[in-house]
Design a protein around this ligand. Structure first.
Ligand SMILES: *Cc1c(COP(=O)(O)O)cnc(C)c1O
Length: 490
C-alpha cells in the first residue's frame, strides 16, 4: 500500500502517517489542552502578542515537506500560545463571553473525532437526534412554545439571520409572494421596526436579507436601552403593510429587556406582524425563577435568537435559531437535491433549519452541557452570575470617582471613571483605566461607548468566575483607577 512520503522517513522504518502517530497527536492535544486550561488564570488575561506579531510568527513559506502529526500539534501549540487571549479565565469580563466549559470541549472533541456531517438525518442519525432532543430541552429551559423548531447555528448573528429569513418568508407568503423563488425585486414592502439600541448583528442580518440595515425605523429607547412603547405604537400605527418588529432580551451594555408583553400583544392584534427577539444571552434569565420576570411575555414572539457559547458555556461556535412556525423556518432554509432526503413531521432533517448543508454536529456539545448542569444547575449558574455582577457593581461604586451607569438587574455592569456626566476628561480617564487594566492583566474588561460616554463594560457570564475572582478583579480595577487618578501615588 502506498504511503504519503513524509520528510524524515529515510530508512523506511518510521511511517509518520501511521495510526500510532495520529493517535499520539490526539493524546498530545488533550494533554496540552489540560495544561492550558489549568494555567490560564496564572497568566495575564490578555494576549502577550498582538495580531502583527502573531502574523509574523505564523507567516512562513508554504512547507515543501510534511511533518508528523504529534510534531504538528507541538508546533501549532508553541506558535499560537503567545497570541491566545485568556477568554476561559475566571477573571475575564470582556464582551459577553461564556467560558467554553471543559465538559463542552470534551463533547466537542468527540464531535470532531466522530466526523459526522450533520447535513441530514439519514447520513448522521445520532447527530440529528441529539439536536432534536437538545432543542426540546432548550425550549423547556427557556420556556418557549414547545412546538417551535430549533436550528443549530454558529451564534446569535446567524440565528438572527435565520429567524429574520423566516419572518421575511412568512410575511411575503401571506401577501402571495414567494420570496425564495422570486426574490425581493417587485415584492410587497415590509416595514422593519427596531429599537435604537439593538445589537449590530441584527442590522447585518437585515443587510444580508435585502431588507436593508438603514431602511428600518429605529425606535426611541430609555436610559437602559429599552424600546419606548409609545415610540413603538406611534411607528406601527403609521405602517400599512407587513411589519417585522425586532426586540431584544439583554442589551449588550446594560442587560436591559424590551417590554415584550405589550409588544407581543400589539403585534398579534395587528396581524401581518412578526415579532423577533434577539436574546443572545438575556433569554437565559428565563432559566432562573428570580430573573424570569425580566423577560416576561417573550414567549409571545414569533422567533428568538440565542447563543450556546454565552450563558450555556458551550465552546465556540454555538447558537440557536428558534421559530414558532416550523413551516416558515423550513421554507426559508430548505435545500433540495435528488440525493438529499426530505424532512417529515416525524423526522428532523437538521439542514432544513440552517443555511448550511455540510456542517459540524453542534447538538452533541449542547446536549452534553445541559446533561451536565441540568435545569437546576443552569438556574443556579444564571443566578450566581447575576449576584456576582451586583457584588462587583456595589464594591466598585463604593470607591470615590467610580460610577455604575446601569441598574444591575442581570449580569452586565457599565463603569465610568472620573465623572458619570458626559465629559471628555472622564472619557480620557475611562480609556486610560481600561488600557492600563488590560496591560496589567489581572483581569480583562473592555471599553464601549454608551450614551455618548466611554465606559468600561464588565460581563459576568463565565463558568470559571468565582466570588474570589470577582473580588480580586474589583481590587485590580480600583488600584488601577487610583494609580490614574493620583499618579504621584500620594
Ligand atoms: C453576542 C450578541 C450577539 C451576537 O452573537 P454572536 O454569538 O457573536 O454571533 C447578538 N445580539 C446580542 C444581544 C448579543 O449579546
Amino acid at each position: 500500500m502506498a504511503t504519503i512520503p513524509f520528510s524524515g522517513v529515510k530508512d523506511g522504518s518510521i511511517d509518520m502517517s501511521s495510526d500510532a502517530f495520529a493517535d499520539e497527536a490526539l493524546w498530545r492535544a488533550a494533554s496540552k489542552a489540560i495544561d492550558y486550561r489549568r494555567s490560564v488564570d496564572d497568566q495575564p488575561l490578555r494576549p502577550d502578542a498582538g495580531y502583527r506579531e502573531m502574523l509574523a510568527a505564523v507567516d512562513r513559506p508554504l512547507p515543501l515537506h510534511g511533518l508528523a502529526p504529534p510534531a504538528v500539534i507541538d508546533e501549532l501549540s508553541t506558535i499560537a500560545q503567545p497570541g491566545l487571549n485568556g477568554m476561559t479565565g475566571g477573571r475575564f469580563f470582556g464582551w459577553v463571553a461564556g467560558g467554553s466549559h471543559r465538559l463542552g470541549v470534551a463533547a466537542d472533541w468527540l464531535t470532531s473525532a466522530w466526523g459526522q456531517n450533520c447535513g441530514n438525518h439519514h447520513a448522521a442519525p445520532s447527530a440529528a437526534a441529539f439536536e432534536e432532543v437538545a432543542g426540546k430541552w432548550l425550549l423547556d429551559i427557556l420556556d418557549l412554545p414547545r412546538a417551535s423548531s430549533v436550528g443549530f447555528v454558529t451564534g446569535a448573528t446567524a440565528a438572527n439571520f435565520v429567524c429574520l429569513a423566516a419572518a421575511r418568508h412568512a410575511l411575503l407568503a401571506e401577501q402571495g409572494w414567494d420570496v425564495e423563488s422570486d426574490g425581493l425585486f417587485g415584492a410587497p414592502d415590509i416595514s422593519v421596526l427596531v429599537g435604537d439600541d439593538a445589537h449590530a448583528s441584527v442590522f447585518s442580518a437585515l443587510g444580508f436579507l435585502g431588507l436593508g440595515s438603514k431602511r428600518v425605523t429605529r425606535l426611541a429607547t430609555d436610559d437602559a436601552g429599552r424600546m419606548l412603547i409609545r415610540s413603538f405604537h406611534e411607528a406601527i400605527e403609521r405602517c400599512t403593510g407587513p411589519v417585522i418588529v425586532i426586540a431584544q432580551a439583554g442589551q449588550i451594555n446594560t442587560g436591559a429587556f424590551d417590554p415584550f408583553l405589550k409588544l407581543a400583544e400589539a403585534c398579534s392584534r395587528r396581524g401581518s406582524t412578526w415579532l423577533h427577539v434577539d436574546g443572545a444571552f438575556g433569554l437565559w434569565a428565563r432559566a432562573s425563577h428570580e430573573h424570569a420576570d425580566l423577560a416576561k411575555g417573550v414567549e409571545g414572539a414569533n422567533s428568538w435568537a440565542t447563543d450556546g457559547h454565552k450563558w450555556l458555556q458551550v465552546p465556540y461556535d454555538s447558537g440557536y435559531a428558534i421559530i414558532r412556525d416550523r413551516a416558515s423556518h423550513e421554507a426559508a432554509m430548505s435545500i433540495s437535491a435528488s440525493y438529499l432526503p426530505t424532512s417529515t413531521e416525524q423526522e428532523r432533517n437538521p439542514t432544513a433549519l440552517v443555511p448550511e448543508l455540510s456542517r459540524r454536529a453542534r447538538g452533541f456539545a449542547t446536549w452534553a452541557m445541559i446533561r451536565h448542569l441540568g435545569r437546576s444547575g443552569i438556574a443556579d449558574m444564571v443566578r450566581e452570575h447575576c449576584r456576582l455582577a451586583r457584588r462587583m457593581a456595589r464594591k466598585l461604586a463604593a470607591e470615590p470617582g467610580i460610577s455604575i451607569l446601569n441598574d444591575v438587574d442581570l449580569n452586565q455592569v457599565i463603569v465610568r471613571f472620573g465623572s458619570a456626566a458626559p465629559d471628555p476628561r472622564a472619557d480620557e480617564l475611562t480609556h486610560a483605566v481600561v488600557e492600563r487594566l488590560q496591560k496589567n492583566g489581572t483581569c480583562f474588561a473592555g471599553g464601549a461607548k454608551w450614551r455618548g460616554r466611554w465606559v468600561m463594560r464588565l460581563s459576568c457570564i463565565s463558568c470559571a468566575t468565582t466570588e474570589r475572582d470577582v473580588d480580586q478583579s474589583v481590587e485590580a480595577i480600583v488600584d488601577t483607577w487610583r494609580s490614574i487618578a493620583a499618579p504621584s501615588g500620594g
